[in-house]
Structures are given as structure tokens and as C-alpha cells.
Design a protein around this ligand. Sequence first.
Ligand code: FAD
Length: 249
Amino acid sequence: MGSIRGTGLGRVVKVVAENHDVNSLYLNDFDESFAERKAGQWLSIRLPKDGGWSEPHPFTISCAPEDHHLRLTIKKIGEFTSTIPALKPGTEVKLAGPLGTFCRDIEAHPSIVLIAGGVGITPFLSVLRHFRHIRAVNRVKLFWSNKTSNDVFSAEELKAIADEINLRVIHVFSRQEDTGEFSDEHDPHTRYATGRMTRDVLKENQVSSDDAVYVCGPAPMQDFVLGELRSLGKEPSHVEKESFSWEKK
Ligand SMILES: Cc1cc2nc3c(=O)[nH]c(=O)nc-3n(C[C@H](O)[C@H](O)[C@H](O)COP(=O)(O)OP(=O)(O)OC[C@H]3O[C@@H](n4cnc5c(N)ncnc54)[C@H](O)[C@@H]3O)c2cc1C
């Protein structure tokens, strides 16, 4: 995961609900080391707890490196992440980072495929927000798998980014029979599929072994997608992967 570069305090600006179980936490007043961050990097955060500090938890910085705030987009899964919505503006937090190398040289690739499962979208949101800032000319396809359309967030922003850069977004719903009201047939940059992220979905969207491929999502989803990519001639060792799994100390 990389070594700690900067540590220090930050301050909560606000918490914004993204959907039923995902919230974005905005921070400012952080260490200047974060000004040098790259899209796709993460940080470790501690919250005030019982007069001291909680254990550190890792989260990707989901905003663009050009943004003056830090934004963490956090899915509620346990004790720590469930406390996020109640954080008050002005609360001091402890931060360490920026950390990690996922997507580091992504700008160098002319044709890019991003494959996300659920909240594994966060490094790619950072990359796409960055690409919008720099008006990147790279060809990008974002495949985003969610259980249902209720799990999607930032969909309108993705459409707006796709209007400005060379981006196609493919939403894949694993537990929804049809894409129904969520799909917009007038939007030329967004496509929809149901079921798993199969080689057929990838092939229909012209994924080729020459593309630079990045995958971030739960381990079972990654394993499945890597198998599908291999069947299209893309060796798993040539795919950049990020895992959100971590061991509690
Ligand atoms: C590099 C990195 C970047 C990350 N970026 C993000 C991000 O942008 N957004 C986000 O929402 N999360 C992200 N995570 C995951 C996040 O750190 C954890 O979900 C969070 O710390 C869990 O804390 P908790 O106390 O709420 O849950 P816990 O109480 O620790 O866990 C609740 C339950 O979920 C299980 N669990 C916890 N974490 C994971 C996991 N990562 N994978 C599988 N099972 C798990 C536990 O074993 C337990 O059963 C990232 C993790 C890493 C390593």
C-alpha cells in the first residue's frame, strides 16, 4: 500500500449523502502533502473517539487532485463507516497520506478501460474528475457494476463528464432484470446491461487486449472479471488492480 508521506490534522467541512448507504465526507485544513496527490490515491483517517483517536481506516480520495478540498466517498459497512453521517462541520480528524500507486501513470495510455464494482468506483471518480479538469483526450470506457440502479451515485456528473471528454459509461446491474427508468435512450455516452460483467458485455463495448485496464471492486468480482478479460486475450498480470480489503490491527 506504500509508506506514510504526510500526517496531520484535517477538518470536516460537510457530509453529503450520495445514496442509501454511501456518504461523501469533505475535509479542509489538511497538510500540504495532500496538494501533491495523484488521482486514485488514498489516505488513512482517524476520528475523535473517547477523548482520543479511533483506529485508522483507509479511504480513496474521490475528488480531483485539482480540488481544494479532500472528498472521501464512504460506504456504510461497519462500526466506523456508520459514524460518518453524524460527523459535524468543524470536527478535527487525523489524516495520513496521500498513499498508493493505483492509476499513477494512467494519463499515458491512449485507450483506457476502468472496471468498478460498487464503491470501488472511487479511484475512477478521482481519475475522471481529473481528466475533466485537464480536458484529457484519452479514450475511456468505465464499466460500473452495482446490484441495482439504487446503488448508483454521481450518474449525472458522469454524464456531464462524458459530454466533455471521450468517455463511455456502461452501467451493469447484477440484481435487476431490466434497466427500466434508469436508462436514458437519448444519452449517447451511457449504456446499460444486466447480469454479470461478462466477456460479452466487455466485447460489445469493444474492449481489446491493447487497452490499459484497471479494476477495483470486491475480490469475487475481480476474480470473475479477470477471467473474462483473460478469455479476451488480456492477461490478469497486465491489469492494474486495487483492493479495498484490509486487515484490522
Ligand atoms: C486502499 C483502500 C481504499 C479504500 N477506499 C474506500 C473508499 O473509497 N470507500 C469505501 O467505502 N471504502 C474504502 N475502503 C474500505 C474501507 O476502508 C472499509 O470499508 C472500512 O474501513 C470499514 O470500516 P468499518 O469499521 O465501518 O467496518 P468494519 O466493522 O471494520 O467491518 C464490517 C464488516 O465488513 C468486513 N469488512 C471490513 N472492511 C472490509 C473490506 N475492505 N473488504 C471486505 N470486507 C470488509 C469486516 O470483516 C466486517 O465483517 C478502502 C480500503 C482500502 C484498503
